[in-house]
Design a protein around this ligand. Structure first.
Ligand code: G6P
Length: 548
């Protein structure tokens, strides 16, 4: 596919945007009493209310036309059948295979039944987790394991960390799972202070087993283990790895049976469902990990089979395109009203920004449209006392996804009702806003003078008409958390397909890595830096001076 701007539906949406420019969402609700009902869809334990969008029937029908015209139906088929839709790396994209139903036995990819490999790995994980939890797995002095430190970064960190945190109420109390990612020595130092080498297992997660941060931290962990009573012979009792590069993991000193495989058809940011999710399985138990996979599978089935008009990832993806490309929205906020889900925006940020931060079409031509937005967000209600001001009165349009459970795991006092009320009030305020007349009246009612009213009222005006989606579920469980993350994975794919880009490579991160190695070499040597730009030279000199 070439540029989406050539598509009939894209052109129609450009014209339609003009028609909608003066339409306020409030008037759409007033004109259609059925609007809330019509613009609600359900899947895999989630209800999406997308009525508070600047969209009418024509908008939504043009957006689904756009998805169809952009080839989304065949792209979905391609993904689920194992076609090499990651065209720049000539690979299949099969995170959906990691959570396929047990009833499906075969999914052949390049002549290999990937489901057989997936099931064998789940068995291996199951056995490992069971041994840790039963205490059968012992450290080098015969004690049971109390702590697991997961070392990995990017996709080998964020997904597992976010899901383990989201499932806090399901955590087993006999083993504590910690995560280390950053090359900043403060990260691993802080974690090592909390554990005992006799009772700690390290899980080194790296698809390539070649990532600087992960290898540096893995080496630091091994050095710490060896200098605190452990011996080389005991490394295998305290270190396991998840990697598609078995040789490098063996060279590190891992026992082959402690290496969990990964495959090139799983992208890092889509890999939490593979053995990269081992820390999650250790934290919450294998039964809950299976439930997580099942929830994601339910969303996969919905995405694969539901008509686009009722399809949550398609609706959310297409509405995102509407704002990014036809309303110049530069960012998209995710605001979970659930404490345990507070880090979710960081995972979706990586998932989406690494996937759709692209400027070339699949055919190599430069794009003519904006692509992936800046994804950001944080926990409600905290954000209401920080950045929501800009959402309500700032000059930028920021579409928001509000995410909330109907029931809390910790139903104390009125907390959950207040939390939920705040969630609803934010989407309502974004939409209804406050007119100048309302602001003036409010001030008069509070006893303000005419002069004060004239002075202050304009500052109280909130334009409103700002869009949001609300996603509700009964409770955050392994299954609903799995479905939620799968929903965002597919939403990203929907948008990438509409833009005609490859959502599954990430060549853009390479240059920084190469330059990082070059600069590291300059920091530790007396190299001639005169060919570098003056700013970088000065910064190198500042570092060297501080070390001298
Ligand atoms: O799992 P690894 O091979 O260590 O990779 C870790 C991360 O590093 C890279 O820089 C990529 O941008 C990420 O997509 C990946 O997840």
């Amino acid at each position: 596919m070439g540029s989406p701007t050539e598509l009939t539906a894209w052109k129609a949406l450009t014209a339609h945007q003009q028609e909608m420019a003066s339409v306020d969402m409030k008037s759409l609700f007033a004109a259609d009493p059925q609007r809330a009902e019509k613009y609600t869809a359900q899947a895999a334990g989630w209800t999406l209310d997308y009525a508070k969008n600047r969209a009418n029937e024509k908008t939504l029908s043009l957006l689904t036309d756009l998805a169809k015209e952009a080839g989304l139906e065949s792209a979905i088929k391609g993904m689920f059948s194992g076609a090499h839709i990651n065209n720049t790396e000539d690979r299949s994209v099969l995170h959906i295979a990691l959570r396929a139903s047990q009833a499906q036995e075969i999914l052949l990819v390049d002549g290999v039944n990937v489901l057989a490999e997936v099931r064998a790995t789940l068995k291996q994980m199951d056995a490992f987790v069971a041994q840790l939890h039963s205490g059968e797995w012992k450290g080098y002095t015969g004690k049971r394991i109390t702590d697991v430190i997961s070392i990995g970064i990017g996709g080998s960190y964020l997904g597992p960390k976010v899901v383990a945190e989201a499932l806090t109420p399901y955590k087993k109390d006999n083993i504590k799972v910690h995560f280390v990612a950053n090359i900043d020595g403060s990260d691993i130092t802080g974690k090592l202070k909390q554990v005992n080498p006799e009772t700690t297992v390290f899980v080194i997660s790296s698809k390539t087993f070649g990532t600087l941060e992960t290898l540096s931290n893995a080496n630091a962990a091994r050095d710490w283990f060896l200098s605190n009573g452990g011996s080389q012979d005991n490394v295998s009792k305290h270190f396991a790895a998840v990697s598609s590069n078995v040789k490098k993991a063996v060279d590190f000193g891992m026992a082959k049976e402690n290496i969990f495989p990964m495959w090139d058809w799983v992208g890092g940011r889509y890999s939490l469902w593979s053995a990269i999710g081992l820390p999650v399985a250790i934290a919450v138990g294998m039964d809950n990990f299976y439930a997580l996979l099942d929830g994601a599978h339910q969303m996969d089935e919905h995405f694969r089979t539901a008509p686009f008009e009722e399809n949550l990832p398609v609706i959310m993806g297409a509405l995102g395109v509407w704002y990014i490309n036809f309303h110049n929205a530069q960012t998209h906020a995710l605001i979970p009203y659930d404490h345990y889900l507070r880090a979710m925006p960081a995972h979706i940020q990586q998932l989406d920004m690494e996937s759709n931060g692209k400027a070339n079409l699949l055919n190599g031509d430069g794009v003519e449209t904006d692509t992936g937005p800046i994804i950001w967000g944080g926990a409600g209600t905290n954000g209401q006392h920080a950045y929501h001001q800009l959402l309500h009165q700032g000059t930028r349009l920021v579409p928001v996804d509000f995410i909330a459970p109907l029931a809390s795991h910790n139903p104390i006092g009125e907390h959950h009702t207040q939390l939920f009320a705040n969630c609803l009030s934010q989407s309502q305020a974004l939409m209804v806003g406050k007119t100048l007349e309302q602001a003036e009246q409010e001030l008069r009612d509070a006893g303000a003078t005419a002069e004060q009213v004239a002075k202050i009222a304009p500052h109280k005006v909130i334009k409103g008409n700002r869009p949001s989606n609300t996603l509700l579920t009964d409770k955050m469980t392994p299954a609903t958390v799995g479905a939620l993350i799968a929903l965002y994975e597919h939403r990203t794919f929907v948008q990438g397909t509409i833009w005609g880009i490859n959502s599954f490579d990430q060549w853009g991160v390479e240059l920084g890595k190469v330059l990082g190695t070059d600069i590291y070499n300059r920091l530790v040597s007396d190299s001639d830096n005169s060919a570098l730009d003056a700013s970088t030279q000065a910064l190198i000199n500042a570092f060297k001076k501080a070390q001298a």
